[in-house]
Design a protein around this ligand. Structure first.
Ligand code: 6PG
Length: 470
């Protein structure tokens, strides 16, 4: 007699924590792992939750232990391992069952798998799960895409384990195919932007204002009580305050300035480019990680060009706080615009206000800002946050500070790749008369690509000289 409400394959950190979260909410869960020893170890260490966990080393027995229609979570490495797991599962599954893939997968892979499994009568859900280890264990934000019917089967469990914001569960069905994984990818792109802008502001504090990590930590802790209140600002306060027990020095000063990345930031930037939606703050954040990893090249270039010459900066902490807010508005405006475009091209019908809502708790970018944003989006269907009335007011108030900080960066020689990209986007976005008229002239000159003249229509051409003087 099958007795498990749901199954889970992949007992690495995220999978184990999700399984414990599910068991803790009163559901019986069957678990399986490629390395069988891990299953026994996991069950043995599950404490009082052990009674609701069924460990099965044999895949067929694992499937048989789950009540029909089955929901099987797979939490394995993105890419080929997911396809391999699907193939292994298929002979054991029956029509109406579903696979819930909860890793960070590329949404186009999820689209492909969704379509493939549809032909077999098996549901496929691409589920974005944010919140790291802690989130998985105690309440992540969950972004679901794929087979709607099977979503309804899994909905009670996913709702029970999700984070709650003022009692509202941070989980939603967002659309067919890869919609959930796409939204998770953009969540991560925005996460890159938030982290990079915070790091840039820390750079101004350190190099321009001569602040030590502890002093900077105090400022971030104070900011966490204001409009920037968020998980990332909070952890920044803690990271800056940490002391290395071995040397007694601030830990942050010992950590090498080379940031890693696993790919979702790059996917966000590629998606934005492919969709033709400018997402310069996110792209800047991704580029900044790549520059960071080229440490040797940076050190060599510093030897050639010299260390920054700029003296003490005259920006204030209040300028920095507002600049971060303005940068954040732009970065979120870009991320949401990318989602809006992807939604219309894929026919997903992504609910932007709901996405802002389910990001208010559990995920890495959770913040007070997202609560304001979901409320603002709920009032209308503007897709660019820069045109949403409440945010127009915030931006009008904050962009002069962003301008001051970016100007101080240019003069004082601090790299502000993300903040300056955000400012330039804002200035381009609100510039009624741009400069692409000249680009069109150039394109017509060398390639007869044509241009438009108001009142005369498109496909106009200039009479350009056929030979150029020396
Ligand atoms: C989350 C995180 C999670 C992971 C990132 C880190 O939402 O819980 O975003 O998915 O920490 O993938 O990505 P990088 O290694 O690329 O920084």
């Amino acid at each position: 007699m099958p007795s498990a409400d749901i199954g889970l394959i992949g007992l690495a950190v995220m999978g184990s924590n999700l399984a414990l979260n599910i068991a803790e909410k009163g559901y019986t869960i069957a678990v399986h792992n490629r390395t069988a020893a891990k299953i026994d170890e996991f069950v043995a260490n599950a404490g009082e939750l052990r009674g609701r966990i069924i460990g099965k080393a044999d895949l067929a027995e694992f499937i048989q232990a789950i009540k029909r229609p089955r929901s099987v979570i797979i939490m394995v490495k993105a890419g080929k391992p997911v396809d391999e797991m699907i193939e292994q599962l298929l002979p054991h599954l029956e029509a109406g069952d579903a696979i819930l893939e909860c890793g960070n997968s590329l949404h186009t892979d999820t689209n492909r798998r969704f379509a493939y499994l549809q032909t077999k009568g098996i549901g496929y859900l691409g589920v974005g799960v944010s919140g790291g280890e802690e989130g998985a264990r105690h309440g992540p934000s969950i972004m679901v895409g794929g087979s709607k019917q099977q979503w309804h089967n899994a909905e009670p469990v996913l709702t029970a384990i999700s984070a709650k914001f003022n009692g509202e569960p941070c989980v939603a069905y967002l659309g067919e195919g890869g919609a959930g994984h796409f939204v998770k990818t953009i969540h991560n792109g925005i996460e890159y932007g938030d982290m990079q802008m915070i790091a840039e502001v820390y750079g101004v504090m350190r190099d321009g204002l001569g602040m030590n990590p502890l002093a900077a930590s105090e400022v971030f802790k104070a900011w966490n009580k204001g409009p920037l209140n968020s998980y990332l600002i909070e952890i920044t306060g803690h990271v800056l305050a940490a002391v290395d027990p071995q040397s007694g020095k601030p830990l942050v000063e010992l950590i090498l300035d080379k940031a890693g990345q696993k790919g979702t930031g790059v996917w966000s930037a590629i998606a934005a480019q492919q969709l033709g939606v400018p997402a310069t703050a996110i792209e800047g954040a991704v580029a900044a990680r790549s520059i960071s990893s080229r440490k040797d090249e940076r050190v060599a270039a510093e030897a050639v060009y010299g260390k920054r010459a700029g003296g003490r900066s005259d920006v204030t902490l209040a300028n920095l706080e507002k600049a971060l807010l303005a940068g954040k508005i732009v970065s979120y405006a870009q991320g949401f615009a990318v989602m809006a475009q992807a939604s219309s091209e894929n026919g997903w019908g992504l609910p932007l206000a709901t996405i802002a809502k389910i990001w208010r708790a559990g995920c890495i970018i959770r913040s007070r800002f997202l609560d304001q944003m979901s409320a603002a989006y709920a009032k209308g269907d503007n897709t660019n946050l820069l045109m949403v009335p409440d945010f127009v007011m915030l931006m009008k108030d904050a962009h002069p500070a962003l301008r001051k900080v970016v100007a101080a960066g240019a003069v004082g020689e601090f790299p502000l790749i993300c903040l300056s990209a955000a400012l330039s986007y804002f200035d381009s976005y609100r510039q009624g008369l741009g400069t692409a008229n000249l680009i069109q002239g150039q394109r017509d000159f060398f390639g007869a690509h044509g241009f438009e003249i108001e009142g005369r229509g498109a496909d106009q051409h200039g009479k350009w000289p056929s030979t150029l003087g020396g």
